[in-house]
Write a protein that binds this ligand. Structure first.
Ligand SMILES: [Zn+2]
Ligand SMILES: [Zn+2]
Length: 113
């Protein structure tokens, strides 16, 4: 848990297929939209309540089999964002902690290839 670390900026680029977050501790995260969509934290996408807050970071490195775009992002309280996807899905509440834990950069995810 790193709940004292907050995003200071969130930027999405549908043309580059990435979402970038700058964090209050100076860290910078870049997520592929495909990986984010596939790691949608909602109950339906996780396949049950027991799997909440699980994710698969390798999804940020696979060749996307689907093109996803972000239509809107809404902040939920001061702990999460809701992402509105162009496939109509918007159930996922991406909590800061989860997003930070998901960060696929080399520092956070040294196992990456
Ligand atoms: Zn979902
Ligand atoms: Zn990182």
């Amino acid at each position: 848990m790193q709940s004292d670390i907050l995003p200071t900026g969130i930027e999405v680029s549908n043309s580059d297929q990435i979402l970038e977050i700058d964090w209050s501790d100076g860290h910078h995260s870049e997520y592929s939209l495909f990986g984010l969509r596939k790691n949608c934290p909602c109950v339906m996408c996780r396949g049950g309540h027991g799997n909440m807050n699980t994710f698969d970071r390798s999804l940020f490195f696979v060749e996307p089999t689907q093109h996803f775009e972000v239509e809107d992002i809404k902040q939920i309280g001061n702990h999460a964002i809701k992402i509105f996807w162009n496939d109509g899905h918007n159930n996922g509440m991406y909590q800061w902690d989860t997003l930070r834990d998901m960060c696929p950069c080399k520092e956070c995810y040294p196992e990456q290839e």
